[in-house]
Design a protein around this ligand. Sequence first.
Ligand code: SF4
Length: 209
Amino acid sequence: MTVHKKNIDEIEAVAKISLNVGARSLTYGILYDVGRAKTVSSIQLNYDDLNCISSKVQNINRQVGNQLAISFVDPRYSLHRNLMPNKEPDIVFCPGGTSRLAIRSDGLVFPCQYGFCDDKFATGSITKESIYQIWKSRRWKIFRGIPLQKLSQCSQCHASVDCRLKICRLMAYAASGDIFGVPPGCEWLKWHYSFNNARKEVLTNARKS
Ligand code: SF4
């Protein structure tokens, strides 16, 4: 489910439906102001909305236990080194195209919903091929591992090791037109990272003295 300002009240209902149909996992993605969403300011989320979504998702998580794997990444805290352990830290990939796909209402299949903005990221159509055939296609290659060196800004960034934002190549494309560019929120994250490190240093020095 892509959550935006007008469907926040449906978060719990979607979890109920997912349980009723026997789904094993449910992802709550949030609406970013990229692609077509950029033109609709009335559905953009603010800080309070993110607090509300986060608390709803945590409640659902507690209630459903092991029955449903709930996934939600709060974009304000995208420094999660251990969230997706990657045995090859120099290879960048995300669940889109590796453990997840998204089907648009016209049947076109994408690595995730953030690709809906551009048909060139469609990897097939369920009106012409089976999901299995589409999943096996080589058209997914770019989503299944990009060497970090190819991301010129991320590979030089001081926050790179801990930054989870960098894995979202479709967001980087939607925001900058460059699939090797940086996703929205990057500047804020870099600032937040530097601020935290500076604070840790001050506290450590204060303890020593
Ligand atoms: S903070 Fe920005 S430049 Fe640095 S790794 Fe993350 S997305 Fe890349």
